[in-house]
Write a protein that binds this ligand. Structure first.
Ligand SMILES: Nc1ncnc2c1ncn2[C@@H]1O[C@H](COP(=O)(O)OP(=O)(O)OP(=O)(O)O)[C@@H](O)[C@H]1O
Length: 731
């Protein structure tokens, strides 16, 4: 970055800037609907740029400005904007820039994809430029975002638009290993783009890290940054920043909570919600549909949807990392004919970034959690946003669908709602979201449960993953605050388990209790299921209460399941040796079991009492174990033997089926090839096989090498046949 050449030049420049700002201020004041200054009055926003008539009757040079070059911006910023071909302002830019350039605090709200990023990047550059910020001045601006990917994207925009300025900027996000190098450099930076956790880490650990002269603070996705999830971090950060600074808050779903805003010490903020009067809360070019899909058909529907859109870029939202992992792994093995990717918060940062970039480049399906739901502007756009699990609220819906139809482009979204979640439709309509309910075409619905069941038998790790997905899904529903929409007792649990390929429905005891509790709470008190808090003498009299914290029950149940899984996996590993994809180092069950076991500690349990479980996972009364000390261990052992035996049988059967399949497939390929190359011998006079060349088939071959499964996709008839065989063997 070049500095102005001479003192005279500097002065001239400065004077013209001051004049421009004065003009800008009077222009804004002339158009302000309410120039009274109540800090949190949130006065209604001007619908368009204020008319630029100045108090003395003359017209401001910025009247009706809708191009960037009409604003009093530095040449360097204008050049940066021109390089990126930004010329006209969007609504939010037109409404907010005149205010933010005057140094006012802003609460900006505008639809997703409407250009909020530039609405804060430009004032950041201008503020520091006008303050003649230099390397020796330290940190002048902090831009915070809730996710690493979004921080990375903001950093990109800042560095590209600000490339003609000479400020130093740094990206501080979690998951990076080079913290020590970062610590050396961070205090010399002028602009920090960061996630709250990493910034706080530097505030705590980096010597001399301070920002007493901070000029401007930006919170992108402000409502998210100020809600409970980031409350501790953000409060700690705010406590270390100077009170005198400009603050810019932007989001598509802006917070109006006075409580939230009071923490920020805003001064006479401008509340600019440019689309408040708009007929819809989502982008106009977004076509939104919803389908009522029973929970046990959601994966079938998703599979059929993907198979019908092989030439699209599809973003699929699921509610937890474990669901994302399971659906991705399982669908990958079923080879839908389009590359699949997954992204969730538990992945390593490098991998996360790699996947994000790849998804931006190619046609593919990205399974993800809400980690990508906010702010991200995927290159080349997304064709479809598919919400398999209902979002937790309307705001979350708006951000998810907002990943498509950005700026001037179009996009489509589909929401799968279970019959018990249809109340969501009313809530969406209340908030001006034009969503069309369509009927699923059941004729085109392809079932995958049979194939999933077969996969789960073949890959114990997948079975484990399915169980975890099953439990976390139910847990997530149970934890949702909006009970009008999310009622776990209304879900078809057994059918859901079967639909994801689980041969038996895992026990989720909090659920059993919930259902029972709904039916007859008195019965529950008379027939105690758990006794670990209970005085044995009360039990004998039948007067004990079974009340226990629900959370503990969920965890106990899960840990029991995990323990069982670990036993199964151990047996499987020994039986199958290295040919199976069992990885118990990284994310594996054994470590998890050890971790989860800790959760068994029940703080409400009297000291010295011991919890014993029967083979179903229910706790047994302490006296029962005294009466027959062998019962529990014997039954668990029996169960373990039975299960391993069953698994051994199923595996044998799968091997036979697999062999037949391979032979059949080999035969088919041979015939196909023979027909294709009839009378066309190759150079050596021998025949050869064709090889497919598209990406997906590459993936297919790779997965064949790794897994040893057959090469051709499983047809529907084969799936059914396989499922029937499996079912009959299980009966
Ligand atoms: N003035 C402009 N002219 C042309 N394109 C623009 C302009 N401003 C922004 N864009 C483009 O619009 C797209 C969306 O912008 P941006 O990511 O800032 O949206 P947003 O409002 O922050 O969305 P979200 O609410 O999802 O965070 C980007 O691709 C950006 O390059």
């Amino acid at each position: 970055m070049r500095k102005p050449k001479s003192k005279n030049f500097k002065l001239q420049n400065r004077l013209s800037e001051v004049k421009e700002i004065e003009l800008l201020e009077s222009w804004i004041d002339s158009g302000r609907p309410d120039s009274g200054s109540n800090p949190l009055s949130l006065s209604p926003p001007p619908k368009k740029s204020p008319i630029g008539k100045l108090p003395d009757g003359s017209f401001s040079p910025y009247a009706g400005a809708d191009k960037f070059f009409q604003l009093p911006l530095s040449k360097r910023t204008k050049d940066g904007l021109a390089d990126k071909k930004f010329s006209s302002m969007t609504d939010i830019q037109r409404a907010s820039l005149p205010h933010s350039l005057c140094g006012r605090d802003i609460l900006g709200a505008a639809k997703t994809g409407s250009g909020k990023t530039l609405a804060f990047v430009i004032p950041v550059l201008e503020k520091l430029y006008r303050a003649r910020w230099g390397p020796e001045d330290g940190i002048g601006c902090i831009i915070m975002s809730p996710t690493r990917e979004l921080a990375d994207q903001l950093f990109e925009v800042l560095t590209s638009v600000g490339r003609h300025h000479g400020f130093s900027a740094g990206l501080l996000i979690g998951g990076r290993k080079d913290v020590d190098t970062e610590k050396e450099r961070v205090i010399k930076l002028n602009i920090l783009v960061c996630t709250p956790g990493r910034l706080l880490q530097h505030m705590d650990e980096t010597p001399n890290f301070q920002c007493p002269d901070l000029q401007i603070l930006v919170l992108d996705e402000a409502d998210r940054m100020l809600d409970v999830g980031f409350k501790k971090e953000v409060n700690a950060i705010l406590s270390q920043l100077p009170r005198q600074k400009q603050t810019l808050l932007f989001s598509a779903t802006q917070t109006k909570s006075v409580q939230h805003l009071a923490r920020l010490n805003l001064k006479d903020p401008e509340y600019l919600s440019v689309h408040e009067e708009s007929a819809t809360a989502t982008p106009n070019r977004l076509e939104q549909t919803a389908m009522i899909v029973p929970l046990d058909q959601k994966l079938d529907m998703l599979w059929s949807f993907i198979r019908a859109h092989l030439k699209s870029r599809i973003l699929v939202f699921l509610s937890s990392c474990k669901q994302v992992k399971f659906v991705y792994e399982a669908f990958k093995k079923l080879r839908p004919g389009i590359p699949l990717k997954c992204l969730h918060g538990r992945m390593k940062q490098d991998k996360r970034m790699g996947i994000y970039t790849q998804f931006c480049e190619n046609h593919s399906v990205l399974f993800s959690t809400d980690v990508v739901s906010r702010g991200l502007d995927f290159n080349k756009g997304i064709d479809w946003v598919v919400q398999v699990d209902c979002p937790e609220d309307v705001d979350s819906y708006i951000h998810r669908v907002g990943r498509t139809a950005r700026y001037l482009s179009g996009g489509r979204s589909v929401l799968f709602l279970a019959p018990s979640e249809t109340k969501m439709l009313d809530k969406l309509q209340e908030k001006k979201i034009p969503i069309r309910v369509i009927k699923a075409n059941t004729k085109r619905l392809q079932s995958v449960s049979g194939s999933l069941a077969a996969l789960l038998v073949k890959f114990p790790v997948l079975q484990y993953s399915a169980q975890r997905a099953f439990i976390t899904y139910l847990k997530s529903i149970h934890k949702q605050r909006d009970k009008e929409i999310f009622d776990v007792t209304k879900l078809p649990i057994d059918e859901f388990g079967a639909s994801i390929g689980l041969p038996l429905t895992p026990k989720v005891r909090f659920l059993k209790q919930k259902v029972k509790g709904k039916k007859n709470s008195e019965d529950l008190a008379l027939v105690p299921e758990s006794h670990d808090n209970v005085d044995p003498s009360e039990l004998l009299r039948g007067t004990a209460s079974t009340a226990r914290p629900q959370k503990a029950e969920v965890e106990l149940d899960e840990s029991f399941l995990l323990e069982k899984n670990a036993q199964l996996l151990e047996a499987d590993t020994q039986l199958l040796g290295a040919e199976n994809e069992i990885d118990i180092r990284d994310d594996g069950p054994v470590t998890r079991v050890l971790k989860k076991k800790k959760l068994k500690i029940n703080v409400h349990r009297p000291v010295g009492s011991r919890v014993v479980f029967d083979d179903e996972g229910n706790t047994l009364p302490p006296l029962a174990t005294l009466a027959d000390s062998n019962t529990v261990s014997d039954s668990v052992k029996l169960d373990k033997d039975k299960v391993s035996q069953r698994y051994a049988e199923l595996r044998e059967m799968m091997k036979v089926v697999d062999k037949e399949d391979k032979a059949l497939d080999h035969q088919r390929r041979k015939e196909k090839h023979r027909e294709a190359t009839k009378g066309r011998p190759n150079k050596k006079g021998k025949k050869y096989f064709n090889s497919d060349s598209d990406n997906d088939d590459d993936e297919r071959r790779k997965s064949e090498d790794n897994t040893g499964i057959r090469t051709a996709p499983i047809t529907l008839a084969e799936q059914e046949e396989l499922a029937l065989k499996l079912l009959s063997s299980m009966q």
